[in-house]
Design a protein around this ligand. Structure first.
Ligand code: NAG
Length: 264
């Protein structure tokens, strides 16, 4: 063997070794990447086909919930759009919860970045959510296949998803829904507006309440209503007895109404 062949063999082995290393990052590398990506992106790791393969590959000492979605407007996946903010809410709540971050990661693989994975898994609907249990470490579970989150069974809300995760993870997964300041402000404004209106109209309201005629009108209305009901019942019966001889009538379902008549 000449020197050139020797160097060639050494060099190719080295390249082979490097590529193996690049294709299969160690657990430490994966955890470091996941920590970095999720802390920079409110708890969500954006994936493509390669990253998906890397992070779900064993060994994993972490759990990972991966949402396979399709947010492209052309695909128009309405449940995808509905669930996306809920998924991200659970992810950011987990990030801020003070739990050990490497216990659970949240990944998103959009169809446009992950066609290969969709094809490989034979997926033809979105959203699809997989939960991967750890394969090693203190929380390892002896399951080879990921769990599939059943949207129809559990629902699309962050709370539903978080309670599912709490169950499979064995640790509470919180949801910290941010306050809707706009709704609060609107309510306060409406209440203040109503109070201001009552204050403005108070003299008028007072006059109406104090007026004898108002009370007279209310009494008359009650008396009228009482007779109306009685008459209504009576005429309804009469109508039936006399075989449509009377023009007055009262529909069966309106015998308790103050309007006793209807045209036949
Ligand atoms: C998983 O492994 C990484 C790297 O060894 C370590 O930093 C991390 O704390 C481990 N996580 C768990 C949940 O054991």
């Amino acid at each position: 063997m000449d020197v050139r062949t020797f160097f060639f063999i050494i060099l190719s082995s080295f390249i082979l070794l490097l590529s193996c290393y690049a294709a299969k990052p160690s657990l430490e590398t994966k955890v470091a990447l996941l920590n970095q990506a999720s802390s920079q992106n409110l708890g969500v790791v954006e994936l493509d086909s390669n990253l998906y393969d890397e992070f779900v590959a064993k060994p994993r000492n972490y759990s990972m919930a991966i949402l396979l979605t399709a947010l492209d407007p052309q695909i128009n996946c309405i449940p995808c759009k509905e669930f996306d903010p809920e998924f991200r809410l659970v992810a950011s709540s987990w990030l801020k919860s003070g739990n050990e971050p490497s216990r659970l990661y949240f990944g998103v693989l959009d169809f446009k970045n992950g066609r290969e994975i969709y094809t490989k898994l034979g997926l033809n609907n979105a959203p699809t959510l997989f939960y991967f249990s750890p394969s090693t470490g203190p929380y390892a579970k002896d399951v080879s296949e990921p769990y599939k989150y059943e949207f129809n069974k559990y629902g699309f809300s962050a709370e539903a998803f978080a309670s599912y995760l709490s169950g499979v993870l064995g640790t509470p997964v919180p949801v910290n829904r941010p306050l809707n300041y706009f709704a609060i402000l609107l309510t306060v404004f409406l209440i203040l507006g109503a109070l201001a209106f009552i204050k403005l109209m108070y003299p008028l309201i007072e006059t109406v309440v104090r007026n004898k005629n108002t009370w007279a009108a209310i009494s008359l209305a009650s008396v009228y209503d009482f007779f109306a009901k009685t008459m209504c019942e009576k005429f309804y019966v009469t109508l039936r007895e006399n075989n449509n001889h009377f023009k007055l009538c009262c529909p069966k379902d309106r015998t308790d109404s103050a309007i006793p008549y209807c045209a036949v």
